[in-house]
Design a protein around this ligand. Sequence first.
Ligand SMILES: [Fe+2]
Length: 217
Amino acid sequence: MFSYQKRLQYPVNIKKKDLRMAKYLVTQYGGPNGELGAALRYLNQKMTMPDDKGKALLNDIGTEELGHVEMLETMIYQLMKDATLQELKEAGLDTHYAEHAKALFPTDANGVPFTVAYFATTGDPLADLSEDMAAEQKARAVYENLIDLTDDPDVIGPLLWLRQREIVHYARFKELFEMYEKQLKKGANEINPDSPMLYMDESFFQPAGFNSYPTLM
Ligand SMILES: [Fe+2]
């Protein structure tokens, strides 16, 4: 279960309307490298992590990403809340207005709607953690692109902070990935130290319901 704290994880107080920036920022809300996808991906993947440590990490980071969704929602809302219809039309947000008025809707910067394909879950802890590490690096890169596109310090501050969190998340996922990788190699050595094949340790995968089978590395 979740308990909600009525404050943002990092303060957002944007005073200047900027529809262009709202249009770009939406990709970190509902785009392929965005916070909504990250939150749901990690909370989904946690079920098939092989131990409590993995489940806890995916749960913690997934929960934090939900807090980042809330920050992005607040930023986009503040950037466009005072816009006139004419300004929305000039910024190319008339199509958004037609369907959503000034409500938020998760898309990428080109208007492509959020899709569950962004979950990218395989059920294999090493594959999923590789996806997660890549996702954090991609999110960091997109935040850097977004920072390049504005000179408003009220926008840059939260973006810098969000960028920093992606770096921390990447490091945590990498630690877990390396720990699991080591466990798998240990399992392989116990079975046959000379074998070129890596045998997955059955006990490693049992909690998630997987069978042991040989895998080439
Ligand atoms: Fe993250």
